[in-house]
Design a protein around this ligand. Structure first.
Ligand code: F6R
Length: 612
């Protein structure tokens, strides 16, 4: 949440900063601002609203500074308003700061600073940072090169909570300092210029060489170099990492929206995620993992912990792990898991799924499991993300950058990867090879079947025109289809703002059926041949009460019974969610478009939830 960008080089900083903010808007979009150094003075331009509003600020075109910081905000402390927008300055206007995260002890720091004569002009937690830096700077009688760095280090040692911070100082017009703790921040290395960003995609068009920071690292950027220090100001060596994503993967490439592009990228994302992990004759291998049969046989439980869509991918993974490996598997929402003293010990393998790798609750849950002695495994889409740096082991989905707030290709890639992981475990444990070999064969055919599924978009668009004005839409399924119903319902509500609920179809009679009335839309997923008849009976019950029905199935159902049947390709039940979710992603997308909403940036939501 919140996006930060920085630039130091020989070009005018402001257009680069604004361009970066536009690309980061999916992280927050209620206010934006930039600060540059102009003739040894700090400029500050900010306003409430979208990043594009910055263009309306008088004088913004006249900024010529070649060093600057910028921020797009997702409000936590203080309502969206100009005074709460970043950057924030200290009282003497010596330092300008942007911050992503939450300073938990800001009240205490604010009081300390107020007692020392400082005045506050916003309701934010961030405003304590530039003033605290100023406090230490002012107290330091030396005038050496490291004075600015020492002040930042001393200020940060007082901060509790999470932060990614960029800071510039009018007395050091050729330096920018950045640091982080539990909030994302990367440094992109260019030729005689360096970039800062919350996420890699925002600056991919400038560089593919990145420095990744560990918690508490401090970096001093000049035009030509970046120096790194630990929290005690000992210099630390760091090499750049080359990122394989290309710049066009972070562009819309002719699609109207990122979400639509990402839906259509799913065949490629799945192909890339399968990669070379197995073929028809070889066993499944992960270069990154060295799990032995003895270790896996010793496990009493596997936990999958994640948030939102990633958690729903985990539910699909549970089915594969329990059925293929015969290891009990529990799935939990990270924000609940971490506060309920979970029964985790060295005989538990804890798997954490996170597209961004920066979700605060998921990272905290991982740390908790490590403390309890469990082995931890991260599944992420972002190389070098915080979660992968914390976990004992990490494996990656290869979905490419996901920009739209609503997750699509990351979900299907997560389902794919965790299913392959279950195969890897099952093969190590020497489980039923017939089932495994059949599944591997079906996985190889999946990208083609996804391409076929995407061809069904017209019928889905047609149906969405019939229900975009509705107030409530229900999603039903049984077994693995119930997990897809949950994800379909989440997708719809987050981008269309239509209230929607998902239920196990058999639960309908235990309460929710009371809500079914004439013309309400009920979407059902039926891909399990053993359960299809039961679900059809449940749908019959809602049809009797006047519901409109959309059915997603790979089974032979009586199409005359329903308002619309989307017939998807048949596949192995372990991976059917990767196909059956696609019509539901498109359904949510087209409804949102019909309503004229901003599909990629739904209200109140941010792509990466870096606060608890
Ligand atoms: C929904 C969505 C969210 C995320 C959740 C976890 O479309 O994208 O529910 O799945 O915030 O995010 P990551 O996977 O980055 O930890």
């Amino acid at each position: 949440m919140c996006g930060i960008v920085g630039y130091i080089g020989n070009q005018k900083a402001s257009p680069i900063l604004i361009n970066g903010l536009i690309r980061l808007e999916y992280r927050g979009y209620d206010s934006a601002g930039i600060s540059t150094i102009e003739n040894n003075e700090l400029s500050l331009m900010k306003d409430k609203g979208r990043v594009k509003n910055l263009y309306n600020i008088e004088g913004i075109d006249n900024l010529v500074g070649t060093i600057g910081i910028a921020h797009t905000r997702w409000a936590t402390h203080g309502k969206p308003a100009k005074e709460n927008s970043h950057p924030h300055m200290d009282n003497s206007k010596t330092f300008s700061v942007v911050h992503n995260g939450i300073i938990e002890n800001y009240n205490e720091l604010r009081k300390f600073l107020t007692d020392n004569g400082y005045t506050f002009y916003s309701q934010t937690d961030t405003e304590v940072i530039p003033n605290l830096v100023h406090y230490y700077y002012h107290k330091d009688n030396h005038t050496d090169e490291l004075k600015f760095l020492r002040a930042v280090k001393n200020a940060c040692s007082n901060l509790k909570g999470s932060y990614a911070i960029e800071i510039i100082c009018k007395d050091y017009p050729n330096n920018m300092i950045v640091t982080r703790k539990d909030s994302p921040l990367v440094i992109g290395k260019g030729e005689e210029e360096n970039y800062i960003s919350s996420d890699i995609p925002a600056i991919l068009s400038f560089t593919r060489n990145f420095y990744l920071l560990d918690d508490f690292d401090l970096a001093v950027l000049t035009r030509d170099a970046v120096s790194f220090y630990d929290k005690d100001l000992n210099a630390i060596p760091k090499n750049t990492e080359m990122i394989e994503w290309n710049a066009s993967s972070a562009e819309k490439d002719g699609y109207e929206d990122f979400m639509l592009k990402e839906i259509y990228e799913q065949p490629t994302a799945i192909r890339e995620t399968i990669g070379a992990k197995f073929n028809e004759t070889t066993k499944c291998e992960f270069d990154e993992l060295q799990y032995t049969k003895d270790y896996l046989a010793s496990l009493n439980k596997i936990y999958i912990v994640a948030c939102g869509t990633a958690m729903y991918a985990g539910l699909v993974g549970k089915n594969a792990i329990e059925k293929l490996c015969k290891i009990p598997c529990e799935v939990d929402v990270a924000s609940e898991f971490r506060y309920r003293n979970p029964l985790v010990d060295e005989k538990t393998l804890c798997i954490f799924i996170s597209q961004s790798g920066e979700t605060a609750d998921t990272i905290a849950a991982l740390k908790l499991c490590k403390e309890k002695g469990a082995k931890t495994l991260a599944i992420s889409n972002v190389i070098g993300s915080s979660i992968t740096r914390e976990a004992d082991d990490s494996i990656y989905t290869h979905a490419g950058p996901e920009i739209a707030v609503a997750s699509t290709k990351a979900y299907t890639s997560q389902v794919m990867l965790i299913t392959i992981l279950a195969i890897y475990f099952a093969e190590k444990l020497e489980m039923d090879s017939n089932t495994i070999n059949l599944l591997k064969k079906d996985i190889m055919e999946l990208p083609k079947k996804l391409e076929e599924t995407l061809k069904l978009s017209e019928s889905i668009q047609e149906f969405s025109k019939k229900c975009y004005q509705e107030k409530d839409i229900f999603f039903l399924g049984r077994g693995i289809d119930e997990t897809v119903a949950r994800e379909g319902s989440l997708k719809l509500k987050e981008i269309s703002y239509i209230h929607s609920e998902s239920y196990p179809a058999g639960e309908l009679k235990h309460g929710p059926i009371a809500l079914i009335e004439n013309d309400i839309t009920v979407v059902s997923i039926m891909t399990d041949c053993n359960l299809v008849e039961k679900t059809v009976s449940n749908i019959q019950e809602v049809i009797t009460r006047g519901a409109k029905t959309l059915v997603i199935t790979n089974q032979n159902v009586d199409e005359n019974m329903f308002d619309m049947v989307i017939k998807i390709p048949d596949t192995n039940p372990f991976i059917s969610p990767i196909l059956s979710i696609v019509p539901l992603q498109l359904f949510a997308y087209y409804i949102s478009k019909e309503k004229g909403l901003d599909v990629d940036k739904p209200r109140n939501l941010a792509k990466s939830v870096t606060v608890e």
